[in-house]
Design a protein around this ligand. Structure first.
Ligand SMILES: *[C@@H]1O[C@H](CO)[C@@H](O)[C@H](O)[C@H]1NC(C)=O
Ligand SMILES: *[C@@H]1O[C@H](CO)[C@@H](O)[C@H](O)[C@H]1NC(C)=O
Ligand SMILES: *[C@@H]1O[C@H](CO)[C@@H](O)[C@H](O)[C@H]1NC(C)=O
Ligand SMILES: *[C@@H]1O[C@H](CO)[C@@H](O)[C@H](O)[C@H]1NC(C)=O
Ligand SMILES: *[C@@H]1O[C@H](CO)[C@@H](O)[C@H](O)[C@H]1NC(C)=O
Ligand SMILES: *[C@@H]1O[C@H](CO)[C@@H](O)[C@H](O)[C@H]1NC(C)=O
Ligand SMILES: *[C@@H]1O[C@H](CO)[C@@H](O)[C@H](O)[C@H]1NC(C)=O
Ligand SMILES: *[C@@H]1O[C@H](CO)[C@@H](O)[C@H](O)[C@H]1NC(C)=O
Length: 512
C-alpha cells in the first residue's frame, strides 16, 4: 500500500481540503446489477446488466474502485442478464460474453479498446451460458463457467465449457451439483489465482449468500472444496438487503476487493465494496465489521481519482448521446438526433406510454436527486404527448399534451403494466392535475427520493428555468422486485393520432 499512502500524502500537501479517509456504501447510488470486474494495469472496469434496455451492457471505468464513470461506453447488444468481461493480455483484446435470454444463444464481442469498436466475434448457437463467467487461461485457452436456470433450486448445477480457438463450444460438462446444504447457486465468475481454479457463485437460496468453489485439479475440477463467503451479512445501505452476487479483483499491490450488490427497490441494485483476505486454506473472506456485518464504510482502497460526476448538465451538443443514457425498447434511429439539443420526432402512435418507442432513460441517482429538462414543444402536433417520466413497470409523469390548438401540461399517474400472462399494460394512466401552457418552451422537473423502500417522485415546472411550481401529487413508485430493474427517469415523445410532430430537449440536468 506504499503507493496509496504516498498518493494520499501528496494530495494533502497540494490541498487544504483533507480527503475523506473512508468511502461510504453504496459506491454508486444507481441500479448497476450483476457486476463483473477486471483490472488492466491500474484501471478497473465494471460491467453490468441492462435487461431489456438498449444499447446493451454498460461498462464503467475507475482508477480507485470507488469513483466510477461511464466513459467506457457500451457493448452494443440486446437483452442481457449477468455477462462477463475479460482482458486478454497477450493479444491486447477485451472480451465480452453473455447469453441473450430471448434467443437462447451466447454472444461474444471483442474490442481492441474498451471504448470499442466492439465486434461480434462469435455466436454460440446451441448454448445459453446462463449467468456466465469467462476465464482466459495462461495459454490463452478460454473457459466459461455457467448455469442453467432451474425452478427447483436443489437441482442447480454449474457447468464449465472449453471454447475452441474460433470461440465455439468445444466441450462442456457439469462440474458441480449443488447440495441441500448449499442450496441454489448461479452467477458464475471464473478465476485462476496463483495456479488454482476457482468458481465464485451467488447463493440467494441461503440468506443472501456467496460461495467459492475451489478445484484441486484443472478448470474442469474436481471442485472438491467450497466455502461460504456471505450469508446475511448485515445491511451496509440503510433499508437495503444484505449484499450478494458480484465479482472480485486485485490491486497492483496484491490487495483483493469485492463488489457485490444490495437490493433496495424501487431504486434497484446498488454496488457495495469491501476488502477480501485469503486464509490458509486458500479461501477468501470478507473483512467484516462488528462481527459479521459488511461495513457501511471502509478506508479507500487506493488514492482517489475523481471522475466525471453523475450529477451534471447535458446540453446535448452532439453528435451523439453519452453512454449514460439507454432507450426503453430498441430505438427507431430515424426519429432522433443530437445537435444543439436532443431532437425527438414521435416514433409510435399509441395511447400507451409503455409501448412507445424512443423513450430515453437514465438510471435515477439516489438517494435524492432532481432531474430537469428544458423542452421546446413548439413543433408538437395534435394528439402528441411529450415530457419527463419516472418509470419501471409503473409510471408517473409530467407532460405536454396537444389537443387541437390547446396545449396543456398534465401530471399523469397510475400507468401500470402487469406481468401476469406476459407483460401488458393494464392502465394507461389518469390525469391528476393539469394547467394550460403557452410560449413553446418549458422546464420540467422531477424530484426523486429512492433512499428507502418506498420511492417517490414529485413533479414541478418552470417557464423561466428559475422558479418552479409543483403540479399534481407525489408519485409513489412500486417497490416490488418484479422485472429486476430499478426506477428510471425518462424523456418521452409519442403520438396518439399521427406521426410528424417533434420536440427539442435543450438540456437534461441531474442535481443532487
Ligand atoms: C500495462 O503496463 C505495461 C507496463 O507499463 C505496458 O507495457 C502495457 O502496455 C500496459 N497495458 C495496457 C493494456 O495498457
Ligand atoms: C426438487 O426436486 C426433487 C426431485 O424431484 C425433490 O425431491 C425436491 O423436493 C424438490 N425440491 C424443491 C425445493 O422443490
Ligand atoms: C452430478 O450429478 C450427476 C447425476 O445427477 C452425476 O452423473 C455427475 O457425475 C455429477 N457431477 C459431479 C461433478 O458431481
Ligand atoms: C499468491 O502467491 C503470492 C506469492 O506466493 C502470495 O504473496 C499471494 O498472497 C498469493 N495470493 C493469493 C490470493 O493466494
Ligand atoms: C474508517 O473506517 C475504519 C474501518 O472500517 C474505522 O475504524 C474508522 O473509524 C473510519 N473512520 C471514519 C472517519 O469514519
Ligand atoms: C380535447 O378537447 C376536446 C374539446 O375540448 C375534448 O372534448 C376532448 O376530451 C379533449 N381530449 C383530450 C384527450 O383531452
Ligand atoms: C395482475 O393481474 C393479475 C391477474 O389478472 C391480478 O391478480 C393482479 O392483481 C394484477 N396485479 C396488479 C399489480 O395489478
Ligand atoms: C430540487 O427541486 C426542488 C423543487 O424545485 C428545489 O426546491 C430544490 O432546491 C432542488 N434541489 C436541487 C439539489 O437541485
Amino acid at each position: 500500500m506504499m503507493r496509496a499512502l504516498l498518493g494520499l500524502n501528496f494530495a494533502f500537501l497540494l490541498s487544504d481540503v483533507a480527503l475523506a479517509e473512508n468511502f461510504s456504501q453504496p459506491i454508486i447510488w444507481q441500479d448497476l446489477a450483476d457486476t463483473d470486474l477486471i483490472r488492466v494495469n491500474d484501471t478497473y472496469y465494471y460491467s453490468g446488466s441492462n435487461m431489456h434496455f438498449s444499447p446493451g451492457a454498460e461498462i464503467l471505468r475507475s482508477y480507485d474502485l470507488v469513483n466510477w464513470d461511464l466513459q467506457g461506453g457500451n457493448v452494443y447488444n440486446k437483452g442481457i442478464y449477468a455477462s462477463s468481461l475479460r482482458f486478454h493480455e497477450a493479444t491486447g483484446t477485451f472480451y465480452w460474453i453473455g447469453c441473450i435470454q430471448g434467443t437462447g444463444k451466447t454472444y461474444i464481442y471483442t474490442a481492441p479498446n474498451i471504448e470499442g469498436p466492439w465486434t461480434q466475434t462469435s455466436i454460440i448457437q446451441n448454448y445459453c451460458y446462463y449467468d456466465d463467467g469467462l476465464l482466459i487461461d495462461d495459454d490463452g485457452t478460454m473457459y466459461v463457467s455457467y448455469g442453467k436456470w432451474v425452478a427447483n433450486g436443489t437441482q442447480a448445477k454449474i457447468w464449465v465449457a472449453e471454447l475452441t480457438s474460433d470461440l465455439q463450444n468445444k466441450q462442456s460438462q457439469v462440474v458441480f451439483n449443488t447440495t441441500e446444504e448449499i442450496g441454489y447457486v448461479e452467477g458464475s465468475r471464473f478465476y485462476k489465482i496463483n495456479g488454482t481454479y476457482y468458481i465464485w457463485l451467488t447463493n440467494p437460496g441461503v440468506g443472501n449468500g456467496q460461495i467459492m468453489l475451489k478445484s484441486s485439479g484443472g478448470p474442469f475440477g474436481p471442485y472438491d472444496s467450497w466455502h461460504r463467503v456471505l450469508e446475511n451479512n448485515g445491511q451496509p445501505v440503510h433499508g437495503g438487503s444484505s449484499p450478494y452476487q458480484g465479482a472480485i479483483v486485485d490491486t497492483p499491490e496484491g490487495k483483493w476487493w469485492y463488489i457485490a450488490f444490495v437490493n433496495l427497490w424501487p431504486g434497484g441494485r446498488l454496488p457495495v465494496l469491501a476488502p477480501i483476505t485469503w486464509d490458509w486454506t486458500g479461501m477468501p473472506n470478507v473483512q467484516f465489521v462488528n462481527g459479521d456485518d459488511w461495513g457501511s464504510t471502509y478506508p479507500y482502497p487506493l488514492p482517489q481519482v475523481p471522475v466525471t460526476p453523475i450529477s451534471k448538465l447535458d446540453r446535448f451538443s452532439g453528435p451523439t448521446l453519452g453512454p449514460q443514457y439507454e432507450w426503453n425498447h430498441n430505438p427507431d434511429d430515424i426519429k432522433w438526433s443530437v445537435k444543439d439539443g436532443l431532437h425527438l420526432e414521435t416514433a409510435t402512435i399509441t395511447d400507451d406510454f409503455f409501448s412507445a418507442q424512443n423513450t430515453l432513460s437514465h438510471r435515477i441517482l439516489g438517494p435524492h436527486s432532481n432531474a430537469t429538462i428544458n423542452v421546446d414543444y413548439s413543433s408538437m402536433i395534435d394528439g402528441d404527448r411529450a415530457g419527463l417520466v419516472v418509470f419501471r413497470y409503473d409510471a408517473g409523469w409530467l407532460g405536454i399534451t396537444k389537443n387541437g390548438t390547446v396545449t396543456t401540461l398534465q401530471m399523469v399517474d397510475y400507468a401500470i403494466m402487469n406481468s401476469t400472462g406476459g407483460w401488458h399494460t393494464t392502465n394507461t394512466g389518469s390525469v391528476v392535475d393539469s394547467v394550460e401552457v403557452h410560449g413553446g418552451s418549458i422546464w420540467l422537473r422531477t424530484s426523486c427520493d429512492i433512499s428507502g423502500s418506498s420511492g417517490s417522485a414529485k413533479f414541478s415546472y418552470s417557464t423561466d428555468g428559475k422558479s418552479y411550481i409543483q403540479l399534481g401529487h407525489t408519485h409513489v413508485m412500486d417497490n416490488s422486485q418484479l422485472f429486476f430493474v430499478g426506477a428510471r427517469y425518462g424523456i418521452f415523445n409519442f403520438a396518439t393520432k399521427q406521426l410528424g410532430g417533434s420536440v427539442v430537449v435543450k438540456s437534461f440536468e441531474i442535481s443532487a
